[in-house]
Write a protein that binds this ligand. Structure first.
Ligand code: AMP
Ligand code: ZN
Length: 479
């Protein structure tokens, strides 16, 4: 079995990965807050952990990996978007509008991340589906002396957990100095963080022992991970921006809620994405969503390719130059492989050097180099590229449709004229194979070329592709 090594943020070391149970390798990744379209940076953890999911599946077997990525659907920003809609005259209660907004955003998220070739996780829990589990966990924390209720809030007592800060390797004093810690009258200590807070009547809320309210963000992940993966599991991932306070808080809650559970064993963090060397931000005008790029005609697999060119633990720079290079490489791969049939995934074993590159702390840059070197073996290129999430069925179908598209002015859909000519060419080609006289085949091919039609022949049949200079009028004499 290939040895996987991963850099654990918790120990700051590259470690050999040994799952708690190889029959059920468990991974949790913090997902998006669903109030708007995912921006390009949000897509980075999706692609990084998709590669890891694929690697784990190939090493341990796809049925032995459980990958969970949540949707945070309780949030002030969601409420604010729904409120803005209501004020703009939208019909329905605020609750309905909130629901509508989160459902719509989840639909966008799925469509956008599917386009990047990311496989859907096994579970995509929504925070609103786990409120009873959150309340139970908070009650447990109070009972164990790690949390206290005050003025409708419940707070986690950071002082009650000696290991607080161990993940980021910072002292509580450093963290207070570096963070915007909210001081509030109901807090015993400024570092204490919210597990539960009251909700006003016009905002979503749930009944609880502390009155009508809603959960804090951190307890959502702790509860969902606990419910779906158990007290202790293998890998927890997310962007480095979440390491403190979100992940420190998740660890504190989850470890204090149980006697033994150590929560996640390996912590993995992807670095941030920048654009042309600058932080992506609305004020700099370099902020864009995945959908913006897709709508501009940048294929999702090009985004994936650019992302994988940089190691996940390094900041990654999105540049126009990288986009163009990725697009050229993928086009070349598609040209080489579009007529081939992928090997059945059940029968295909990815190339060892490729798996080893990914197993070495996800060296995706090397993986791309290995794939590039396969250009003289198109079948292996196709199968191995698909293993890393490229040349998917969807991308291939789109490519095929573009290759066989009829230029505007010649009707839409496959042209009956070209289909008829393709059938005719196939027929006379078969006859020619028997008679060894290819003169009619050559003549028809030449006439088609003259009309601007590319002729592709394979064992499977004949395909006619109208090129840029296609002139339908020149087909008339051939029909
Ligand atoms: P959010 O919806 O802001 O909680 O973010 C969802 C995921 O995207 C988290 O794992 C973040 O760490 C990640 N993320 C947000 N911004 C960036 C960025 N610029 N680069 C890489 N990852 C990011
Ligand atoms: Zn989380």
């Amino acid at each position: 079995m290939v040895e996987i090594r991963l850099t654990n943020s918790k120990t700051r070391k590259k470690e050999v990965f040994e799952p708690i149970d190889p029959k059920n390798v468990r991974m949790y990744v913090c997902g998006p807050t669903v109030y708007d379209r995912a921006h390009l940076g949000n897509a980075r953890p999706v692609v990084v952990f998709d590669v890891l999911n694929r690697l784990l599946q190939s090493v341990f077997g796809s049925e032995h990996v459980t990958y969970v990525r949540n949707f945070t659907d309780v949030d002030d920003k969601i409420n604010a978007t729904a409120l803005a809609r209501k004020e703009a005259g939208a019909e329905g209660s605020l609750e309905d509008l909130i629901h509508e907004r989160t459902e719509e955003t989840i639909g966008w998220y799925h469509a956008d991340m599917d386009a990047l070739g990311a496989l859907r996780p096994n579970h995509e829990p929504r925070a609103t589906g786990y409120i009873p589990q959150m309340i139970a966990m908070i009650e447990g924390l109070i009972a164990r002396g790690h949390a206290y209720a005050a003025e409708g809030h419940v707070l986690f007592s950071v002082g009650s957990y000696a290991d607080y800060g161990a993940l980021s390797g910072r002292s509580v004093e450093d963290m207070i100095a570096g963070a915007r810690v909210e001081v509030a009258p109901y807090k015993r200590d400024p570092m204490d963080f919210v597990l539960w807070k009251p909700s006003s009547d016009d905002l979503p809320g749930w009944d609880s022992p502390w009155g009508r309210g809603r959960p804090g963000w951190h307890i959502e992940c702790s509860s969902m991970a606990d419910d779906l993966l158990g007290e202790e599991f293998d890998i927890h991932g997310g962007g480095i921006d979440l390491q403190f306070p979100h992940h420190e808080n998740e660890i504190a809650q989850s470890c204090c809620a149980h006697d033994h559970g150590g929560f996640a064993r390996v912590w993995l963090h992807n670095e941030m994405l920048q654009v042309e060397g600058k932080k992506m931000s609305k004020s700099l005008g370099n902020f864009f969503t995945v959908r913006d790029l897709l709508d501009q005609g940048v294929p999702g697999e090009v985004i994936r390719f650019v992302f994988l060119g940089t190691h996940y633990r390094k900041p990654m720079d999105w540049t126009e130059k990288k986009r163009a290079e990725a697009e050229a490489t993928l086009r070349h791969w598609m040209d080489l492989t579009w007529e081939l049939e992928p090997t059945d995934p059940g029968e295909f074993v990815p190339q060892l050097d490729l798996v080893e590159a990914l197993a070495n702390d996800m060296n995706t840059h090397l993986a791309l180099t290995i794939l590039r070197a396969l250009h003289h073996e198109p079948q292996r290129l196709l199968d191995n590229a698909r293993f890393v999430g490229f040349l998917s069925d969807e991308a291939r179908a789109k490519d095929r449709a573009e290759r066989t598209a009829i230029p505007s002015g010649f009707g839409s859909g496959p042209s009956p004229e070209l289909m008829k000519l393709a059938a005719e060419l196939d027929l006379i080609r078969n006859e020619a194979k028997a008679t060894k006289d290819f003169s009619r085949v050559d003549a028809l091919k030449a006439a088609l070329a003259e009309a601007g039609v590319e002729v592709r022949m394979s064992k499977a049949g004949v395909e006619l592709l109208p090129g840029a200079g296609f002139d339908p009028a020149k087909l008339e004499g051939l029909l």
